[in-house]
Ligand binder design. Structure first.
Ligand SMILES: [Zn+2]
Length: 184
């Protein structure tokens, strides 16, 4: 089954949460998340989920709880404090483009593998213009992300929904770091 994700993560990929509990407590207090599921750090959508996540267009039938069938439903998984910066991508990830000259990086999968093997620290050098930049400064068109903590919202397909600005602002003011989103 294709599990599509809407993912929120901090703008600064090196940033980590100050502790293991505050994100869960914050998201529970604003009711983005509700009761925990059996798996660790997975939660049902909370009472205000549909106020904080904006669904586009003719709103499809949004399933927020497990039912009798196997149809996937929206729930939230928190990934806290990974050991190093992780690269999260999916089957729909776009070819990234240089932030300077916009050339596509067609061999990005090989570059990502090499970058991760080298401790996720090296700058990427553009083969077209030699501009050096962090890989997250390339334009991934919201189809991949880098970071050490992630809020994954399951069963949302690209452009089907996005976080309300209020949710991003709440995370920003609580932690003092900007947040953005992508689809995986
Ligand atoms: Zn370039």
């Amino acid at each position: 089954m294709n599990n599509a994700l809407l993912v929120l993560c901090p703008d600064e990929p090196h940033w980590t949460l100050p502790d293991d509990e505050s994100l869960k407590k914050l998201l529970q207090s604003i009711q983005l998340i509700g009761d925990p599921l059996k798996s660790e750090m997975q939660f049902l959508a909370g009472e205000k989920f549909l106020d904080l996540i904006a669904f586009m267009g003719c709103s499809p039938e949004i399933k927020l709880e497990p039912g009798d069938d196997d149809r996937p439903y929206c729930h939230v998984r928190l990934i806290l404090g990974t050991a190093s910066i992780e690269f999260h991508s999916g089957s729909q990830t776009h070819t990234p483009r240089c932030p300077h000259c916009r050339s596509p990086v067609n061999d990005w999968k090989r570059k990502i593998s090499a970058w991760l093997e080298n401790g996720a620290e090296a700058l990427w050098s553009c083969e077209a213009c030699q501009h050096k930049a962090e890989p997250w400064q390339y334009n991934w068109r919201k189809s991949a992300g880098f970071g050490r903590c992630f809020i994954e919202i399951n069963n949302i397909f690209p452009k089907e929904a996005k976080p309300q600005q209020q949710l991003l602002d709440t995370l920003n003011s609580h932690y003092g770091v900007g947040w953005h989103y992508f689809y995986q």
